[in-house]
Design a protein around this ligand. Structure first.
Ligand SMILES: [Zn+2]
Length: 371
């Protein structure tokens, strides 16, 4: 009798062990891997610099704007790890949590989807990361590398794409402290010693240009403020509207008229890397334009940090008043149609405008007419 009861007990335990418990476990796992931890939010809040692992922590350089991407190499290891943990940790796994902050990956990928609604599909959480589709191919956040599925495992081979803090207004000028100067010195040195190499897969797909010939096929010859240039066909309307607005404002704004007259050339398409890097310039796609003033209008002023190095080795200490800056109204018009201005970068490039609506969206700067 006792033997029979023991046998029954063993049978029950065996059934539990082999059939019931594994079922519960795999069901739990399924839920965890197949569905996003975070509720999908329709809003794309401004990005918080404190949790952007690929952007310099600019708090120590308050008068400057974050220069994008070198940070991965420059940030101290423990700071980088902390930033990474903060950015990538699932918002909160506690079932009691009611308010869940979207992760940086979610915010960036949703901003990208919102920035290019005709070319990029909606952001979704799939295979453990946020991703957006372009013509059926998904590009994953992959620690800001924006990689297709087959390259996700190789994200460490690339520098992150820059999703940086971009100020609405240029903050008041403040002479850099000795500490800040030291940091700029190190940043300049690091940039020269290790060439930045960002993944170009996503932006090649976005602009439909993987080589010079393809890229040349996508650009059209137009005139902007009377100067000829080659621009990507997808943003012809945006730049035309920028021009229209600038000319309208020029009627009542003498500073803008003077600035237009000071322009020497305008250059957009140019298949090349960013100077001193192995990363594709947005000029390669015809999605960036340089407004180059006449030499006579820029005497004693600096335009671009890399040119400034020759006359001012401490190029970062050149105050705004000694840089060639387009009128504020012109910068605002460009921004309102999705272009960022290179004059707001730490590594300033005051002649440079680039179509990056996702940067403006992430920084809560309104844009009109995205398509
Ligand atoms: Zn440029």
């Amino acid at each position: 009798m006792v033997y029979i009861q023991l046998f029954d007990l063993i049978k029950v335990l065996a059934i539990l062990f082999f059939f019931v418990l594994p079922g519960c476990y795999s069901e739990g796992r399924f839920e965890k891997t197949e569905f996003p931890q975070e509720p999908v939010s329709q809003n794309v809040p401004a990005i918080n610099m404190n949790e952007t692992p690929d952007v310099l922590p600019v708090s120590s350089i308050p008068e400057q704007i974050a220069e994008p991407p070198k940070a991965a190499a420059e940030m101290p290891a423990e700071e980088k790890q902390a930033a990474k943990t903060a950015a990538e940790k699932p918002a909160d796994e506690s079932p009691k949590a009611t308010v869940v902050e979207p992760s940086r990956a979610e915010r960036v990928m949703k901003a990208i989807a919102a920035a290019y609604p005709d070319r990029v599909g909606p952001a979704e959480f799939r295979n453990g990361d946020w991703a957006v589709p372009i013509r059926g191919v998904y590009y994953y956040y992959a620690d800001a590398r924006l990689l297709p599925e087959e390259l996700r495992a190789q994200s460490v081979n690339f520098d992150p794409q820059p999703f940086y803090r971009y100020e609405k207004e240029l903050p008041p000028w403040k002479t850099p402290s000795a500490e800040e100067s030291e940091r700029y010195r190190n940043m300049t040195k690091a940039r020269q010693e290790r060439k930045l190499k960002r993944s170009q897969h996503f932006f090649d797909a976005l602009w439909r240009a993987q080589n010079k010939d393809q890229s040349y096929d996508r650009v059209k010859s137009i005139r902007f403020l009377g100067k000829p240039l080659f621009l990507h066909y997808a943003i012809l309307e945006e730049l035309s509207l920028v021009e229209e607005k600038i000319l309208a404002e020029a009627k009542t704004n003498a500073q803008i008229r003077q600035w237009i007259n000071s322009l020497d050339t305008v250059a957009a398409w140019n298949w090349r890397n960013i100077a001193e890097t192995e990363s594709r310039s947005f000029h390669s796609y015809g999605a960036a334009i340089d407004l180059i003033p006449k030499a006579s209008a820029t005497k004693g002023l600096e335009t671009y940090w890399l040119w400034a190095v020759r006359s001012s080795p401490e190029w970062w200490a050149v105050p705004y008043s000694k840089r060639v800056n387009p009128p504020d109204a012109v910068i605002k018009i460009f921004e309102s149609y999705g272009f960022i201005w290179g004059g707001k970068w730490n590594f300033y490039d005051t002649m440079h405008f680039e179509y990056r609506p996702e940067i403006l969206i992430l920084n809560d700067i309104p844009i009109t007419g995205l398509h």
